[in-house]
Ligand binder design. Structure first.
Ligand SMILES: NC(=O)c1ccc[n+]([C@@H]2O[C@H](COP(=O)([O-])OP(=O)(O)OC[C@H]3O[C@@H](n4cnc5c(N)ncnc54)[C@H](O)[C@@H]3O)[C@@H](O)[C@H]2O)c1
Length: 432
């Protein structure tokens, strides 16, 4: 029986981990403890899952006490990004299996600390990179592994985040680099990990530009340069295009989104103590970027051309992977209900260098992130699927490489120079 303690009773913890453990994986798994620095989060969890009412709860300084009293075999780290490092290191010290949400940590130096700690521990780190498990993404991995495009030479990946989802990062703690590492880490590590995994090459050097174009006090659509407004209490919201795109004058439109549940502003504000997740997207304290373009060079010769933009009229991505024998291409329009016009079905198009094009209609599963979340949950709570012929569950090294690219993107854009992954880690040998 897996005995699981949850560190950070976030929305993600409730929906992605606690609920499935209780509803689907209870025969093999049991939640034994909850830890959060906000008692309100423990209450919210116990209100939602009444069979957890008697569960012991701990504050952020009581990790050791929690381990002693509840004897977990696994911890799930789902707290604010900057706090992951504390629980990962403590979990490894106690030789536990540590499942952490992405980003594993928020800096390269912390990533290195995790890898060093893992070497000394009989525990291990699993990074919950759910995007790998999306049906399209698995199919692409399988096509690359089958050699359909030969040796990968270049990848084009453009990621688009719509005005609903994009704004959500600027209403919450994610908008401060000290908490999230900035969006090249908090968000783009998903994408960098995907590319690293698909092509099975190691990133060596990164060059990038970044800017804050839409959000922050100088955002063009800011109704006025007033600081510290909250959507729920703001008297300028009728003049705020970002707010009115997804709301009308009397109600919030109901949208299912992992990052901002459609529970209504006042209800979500009451889900935390001294914290409202509806802070103004034009606040003065915002210190991260919302637009990046980057080039990454890989150790076996591939180049990645990447961009991300957090204020686009629709959500999705465009991907092309080119190789010595052909090209794979796909375009996703995410969550069709949020796209205000007809969009094509996602397919994977395969163009051999010489020969006929194939269009693949991928079989998709139910569940979050393109059906990826439920399969990742099975790998975590039942053990890795022994029939799958390739590695998919990510560890600390994959977490670290994704962070190295993310930090490289940010630092390159600030320092206006290419960043070498090796230099960022100083002792490259730890990673090879
Ligand atoms: N893989 C995905 O697709 C995905 C999606 C959403 C969120 N996430 C990740 O899940 C995690 C939670 O995100 P969320 O948006 O659900 O967060 P949230 O804002 O709902 O919750 C953050 C939680 O962390 C707690 N916290 C803050 N400081 C703490 C500390 N020192 N010790 C313990 N707890 C502390 C807060 O009280 C709160 O309960 C983040 O790491 C985020 O990046 C991943």
């Amino acid at each position: 029986m897996n005995r699981i303690a949850v560190c950070g009773v976030s929305n993600r913890a409730l929906g992605m981990f606690i609920e499935p453990v209780i509803q689907q994986f209870a025969q093999q798994n049991q939640i034994v403890g909850l830890l959060d620095n906000d008692e309100r989060r423990i209450e919210i969890c116990k209100e939602r899952f009444t069979n957890l009412v008697a569960l012991p709860a701990y504050s952020e300084t009581q990790f050791d006490k929690m381990v002693e009293e509840t004897k977990p075999t696994m911890i799930i780290v789902t707290s604010r990004d900057d706090t992951h490092i504390d629980y990962i290191l403590k979990g490894l010290e106690h030789n536990l299996t540590v499942v952490t949400e992405k980003p594993m940590v928020t800096t390269v130096s912390d990533a290195k600390r995790v890898m060093e700690a893992e070497e000394k521990s009989s525990g291990k780190v699993i990074v919950a990179f759910n995007y790998r498990y999306n049906a399209f993404h698995r199919k692409i991995k399988e096509m690359v592994l089958e050699g359909k495009i030969g040796r990968v030479t270049s990848v084009d990946l453009n990621w688009y985040i719509d005005t609903y989802h994009g704004a959500s990062y600027f209403k919450r703690w994610n908008r401060k680099r000290e908490f999230s590492g900035g969006l090249s880490i908090h968000k783009s590590t998903h994408h960098f990990d995907l590319v690293n995994w698909w092509i099975d090459q190691k990133p060596e050097e990164v060059f990038a530009y970044g800017a804050l174009n839409y959000y922050g006090k100088d955002g063009e659509l800011n109704p006025s340069q007033t600081d510290k407004r909250y959507c729920g209490t703001c008297d300028e919201k009728l003049n705020c295009d970002y707010y009115m795109r997804w709301n009308n004058r009397s109600r919030t439109v109901q949208i299912k989104d992992d990052h901002l549940k459609s529970e209504g502003i006042e209800k979500s504000a009451k889900s935390y103590t001294n914290y409202r997740p509806d802070a103004c997207i034009f606040d003065h304290e915002i210190d991260i970027e919302d637009t990046y373009v980057a080039t990454v060079k890989y150790d076996k010769g591939a180049f990645l051309s990447y961009s991300i933009n957090f204020s686009v009229p629709f959500e999705g991505y465009r991907l092309a992977i080119n190789g010595t024998k052909g090209r794979i291409e796909t375009q996703e329009f995410h969550e069709l209900s949020r796209v205000p016009f007809p969009v094509p079905e996602q397919t994977i198009d395969y163009y051999p260098l010489f020969g006929a094009k194939e269009s693949i209609h991928v079989v998709q599963g139910e569940g979050g992130h393109g059906g990826g979340d439920p399969i990742l949950q099975e790998d975590i709570f039942l053990g890795v699927d022994p029939t799958r012929p390739y590695d998919i569950l990510a560890g600390a090294k994959a977490g670290a490489y994704s962070i190295a690219v993310g930090e490289g993107v940010w630092r390159s854009s600030k320092e206006n120079k290419p960043m070498k992954v090796k230099d960022m880690f100083q002792e490259y040998t730890t990673l090879t």
